[in-house]
Design a protein around this ligand. Sequence first.
Ligand SMILES: *Cc1c(COP(=O)(O)O)cnc(C)c1O
Length: 355
Amino acid sequence: MKKHNFYAGPSILSEYTIKNTAAAVENFAGTGLSLLEVSHRGKEFVAVMDEACTLVKELLDVPSTHEVIFLGGGASMQFCMVPCNLLNKKAAYLDSGTWASKAIKEAKFFGEVEVVASSKDRNYSYIPKQYTVSPDAEYFHVTTNNTIFGTELHRIPDVGVPLVSDMSSDIFSRPVDVSKFDVIYAGAQKNLAPSGVAVVIVRRDALGRVERPIPSMLNYRIHADNGSMYNTPPVLPVFSALQTLKWYKEQGGIAALQKKNIDKATVLYDEIDRSRLFTGTAAVEDRSLMNVCFVMKEEYRELEGAFNEYASARGIVGIKGHRSVGGFRASIYNAMPQSSVEALVGAMQSFAQTV
Ligand SMILES: *Cc1c(COP(=O)(O)O)cnc(C)c1O
């Protein structure tokens, strides 16, 4: 039985990505060698890296002021690379979830961090909206989608200082005005590729302003100047990322994907809102289109384990909620077909009839 994969990350990838990656592991670009055993400096792989960067630029309409780079270390490495490259004295951060708070922790190694607002008071179930950012902050860091808590920034804030964003779990899910950002970064394993790489979009003239010396491997400029080949890049994840990007283009680009994402999320949230058994955990106006968090209503809470088993017998996997929220989380990234969301909704409905 084909599984309906709702895992939060690493997570579902398009069949196109999986098939082409598997084929390249056998025979890469007609070389007769595996993707795993060729030089990253050979012309075949250099072409992969170049095309991946070009497609990120094309799909997200990245202005010529910005560079696209692929870096190892995942999104968590960016928690320290961002302040290392951009924070001289002071930066502002929005504390909207676990990943945001980890970004804050790392930034504090480099300078003063102003946490302008936090939604920790209600277990990060909403996006804080009433705050001001000091005009002397060098950047304002936001997490556009809070993977664990199922909340998303539906409006990009306009605060008078450059933005930096962790878009790990919603990059490529909707159009974004890249010109408003000094840095956008995303770990690949939610909406792009296997884990092991992050895509980073950085404004060139935001670099070179800090006084500290920056170790080479942490220096955006060095990676940008070397075409993401300063050291050996994670070749397999980059190859897979290229396949996903090609598939996104074939799907009609980011606006078309956004439309599908809205349709998928609507079907699921409608069921949660109509259901006798289930209820959503995130503030309605801040609900994520990528990670849908819900629990069983108080009086049915003890049935959560039973529903998990019921769903898994129907090929629905990965819906167990993160331990800090409990209940369920259905991650419905770009590669998730509408039919899988409908399978989940069907299971929710038929389970309700047994109660
Ligand atoms: C998954 C995730 C991370 C962590 O990514 P790593 O690649 O494991 O470091 C950071 N931020 C967000 C929003 C995430 O969803």
